[in-house]
Design a protein around this ligand. Structure first.
Ligand code: S3P
Length: 190
């Protein structure tokens, strides 16, 4: 792969709701001097309403379609960014292959109890507005875990780590991968 193509590869953070994608994304953006974006925020801006209103008025399938359209746009453009994506975005097989085309995929893995602690007072996530959110989180994570793992290039277990530690780890893993790829290109005389 030519070096110009490396410059175009984004860093994408996936993981369950409350896994810290948005905050880690901001930290990484400062460290790596790349712009940061968030699919939920972009969708809210473009639709002019919050995710919970989109779910309530248009339904989940409509929202999933918006996520796919956005990923196609991101795949087709020239510049790289740090991109945090909604927790359900990797569920569509089409989105998983789009993620791969956009760049390096990082899975921030989190236990259900950690997620629960972080999101229990938050009403912005329609899928967790129910009587027993912890059970819901456990069920959803059990269904999604394998999907997240199947599209990740790098996985980080985040439960015992601060945002800074997670960002450090991701930045190091990315830089190691870049060096390894550069070495491989060197060996092939690329
Ligand atoms: C969702 C996760 C949310 C948001 C929507 C659906 C999901 O994003 O896209 O509420 O299906 O897991 P965050 O993961 O950023 O909370």
């Amino acid at each position: 792969m030519g070096s110009d193509l490396w410059q175009r590869r984004s860093i994408i953070l996936i993981g369950f709701m409350g896994s810290g994608k948005t905050t880690v994304g901001r930290q990484l953006s400062r460290r790596l001097q790349l712009p940061v974006e968030d699919t939920d925020k972009l969708i809210e801006q473009r639709q002019g309403k919050e995710i919970s209103a989109i779910f309530a008025e248009e339904g989940e399938e409509f929202f999933r379609g918006l996520e796919t359209g956005l990923l196609e746009e991101i795949r087709d453009r020239e510049r790289a960014s740090i991109l945090s994506v909604g927790g359900g975005l990797p569920l569509r097989p089409q989105n998983r292959s789009l993620l791969k085309q956009c760049g390096t995929v990082i899975y921030l893995r989190t236990r259900p109890e950690t997620v629960y602690k972080r999101v229990k007072a938050d009403t912005s996530r329609p899928l967790l507005q129910c009587r027993d959110p912890l059970t819901r989180i456990r069920e959803m994570l059990a269904q999604r875990q394998e999907i997240y793992e199947s599209c990740a290039d790098i996985m980080v277990d985040t439960d015992e780590m601060s945002v800074e530690e997670i960002a450090d780890r991701v930045a190091k893993e990315i830089s190691d991968r870049h060096w390894r790829a550069a070495e491989d290109r060197g060996k092939k005389g690329d």
